[in-house]
Design a protein around this ligand. Sequence first.
Ligand code: ZN
Length: 176
Amino acid sequence: EKLSAASGYSDVTDSKSIGPLAVGRLTKCSHAFHLLCLLAMYCNGNKDGSLQCPSCKTIYGEKTGTQPQGKMEVLRFQMSLPGHEDCGTILIVYNIPHGIQGPEHPNPGKPFTARGFPRQCYLPDNAQGRKVLELLKVAWKRRLIFTVGTSSTTGETDTVVWNEIHHKTEMDRNVT
Ligand code: ZN
């Protein structure tokens, strides 16, 4: 809705203290929204004390996800990745077993599958690659790397899928 019109969420939130025309501006990115729209967005999310600007993706607070229990292992070896012949390689191995969905997942109480694990990912073992590795460790701790949902490659529902953090999953070039 236009900010001059009422929030479309006027009747779905039962907050009486926020008017349908009340507008707030996010402090870091300055994007403006109806307060009721922000409230509805928060209530439909993880309710983890964080909010992400829908316009520019700036994160407020500490964003967490719904990644199931599992293991992240890091190994190093001498062989180089294409385009990074001057250094070795960092190998990340993710392992998540199948299990039962929690309240944070699409179908709580139902089983979920975990295909293709352990999944192997590659980074060049240089300053940039090591920086990305540290960021991925934080993302893993915050349960952001995988989620339970529908696979975009197979269409299978209730399965562990990547969650928008792109990884290199083949040692070789895969230009196709
Ligand atoms: Zn923004």
